[in-house]
Design a protein around this ligand. Structure first.
Ligand SMILES: O=C(O)c1ccccc1NCC(=O)[C@H](O)[C@H](O)COP(=O)(O)O
Length: 216
């Protein structure tokens, strides 16, 4: 059995090449200027020709308004948009997504990032194509290196209709335990496969993806 795996926070072309060589299912680019992993949509558009069609390109954004969503669609045509929140409600986030992304010819997948408790308690998350369960930190928002509540994540993975992707604090060292505890449809990692913020470690990336391809 193989588990869907996304490597997030890629902001250097050499890292993108390293990650692609390890054959992930998706790669994530953070379009949020306050992140140490920030990159801009034009750069990602230039890199896109090196990404095989089988690998999803995911645009990661924080509280984007409709103009920002349209700009990202126009500039780099992502396969999915992953939305993290600071101030916007889950319902307003879902509304914006449906108005802008649902109406676009490209119709990228809509992913919501939230804590497991939010996913279980707010119906709005069921309006997304996938739910990414993550730890939350008001200063960093994502890429925190902290695990979310795996007990609540297990419930969410079992109860919610949209496929659940487990994120937050994963690494080659705890991935096998996380898969056994939560049984998610997929996993996502950023800092757990880095040597420093924004710098991917080739050995950790390779090991993480290998573990996803042969879970026990
Ligand atoms: O990575 C960031 O710096 C970031 C900043 C703001 C919003 C989202 C961000 N990353 C999103 C991701 O998908 C991360 O992979 C996810 O939060 C897990 O991160 P980590 O705990 O470091 O594996």
């Amino acid at each position: 059995m193989s588990v869907f795996v996304k490597i997030c926070g890629i902001c250097r072309k050499a890292d993108l090449d390293t990650v692609l060589a390890a054959k992930p299912d998706a790669v994530g680019f953070v379009f949020w200027p306050r992140s140490p992993r920030a990159v801009d949509p034009e750069t990602v558009a230039r890199w896109s020709e090196s990404v095989p069609a089988s690998v999803l390109r995911v645009a990661v954004m924080v509280d984007p308004d409709e103009t920002q969503l349209r700009e990202v669609l126009d500039r780099c045509a992502p396969d999915a948009v992953q939305l993290h929140r600071l101030a916007v409600s889950p319902r307003d986030t879902a509304d914006r997504c449906e108005r802008v992304l649902g109406a676009s010819a490209q119709a990228p997948e809509r992913w919501a990032a939230c804590t497991p408790t939010e996913a279980l308690t707010d119906e709005s998350f069921r309006r997304f194509d996938r739910i990414l369960l993550d730890a939350f930190d008001r200063a960093r928002v994502g890429g925190t290196g902290r695990c979310c509540d795996w007990t609540a994540a297990r419930r969410a993975a079992g109860e919610l209709e949209p496929p659940v992707i487990l994120a937050g604090g994963l690494s080659p060292a705890n991935l096998t335990d996380a898969l056994a505890a939560v049984r998610p449809a997929g996993v996502d990692v950023s800092s757990g496969v880095e040597s420093a913020p924004g710098e991917k470690d080739p050995d950790k990336v390779k090991r993480f993806i290998e573990l996803c391809r042969t879970p026990s």
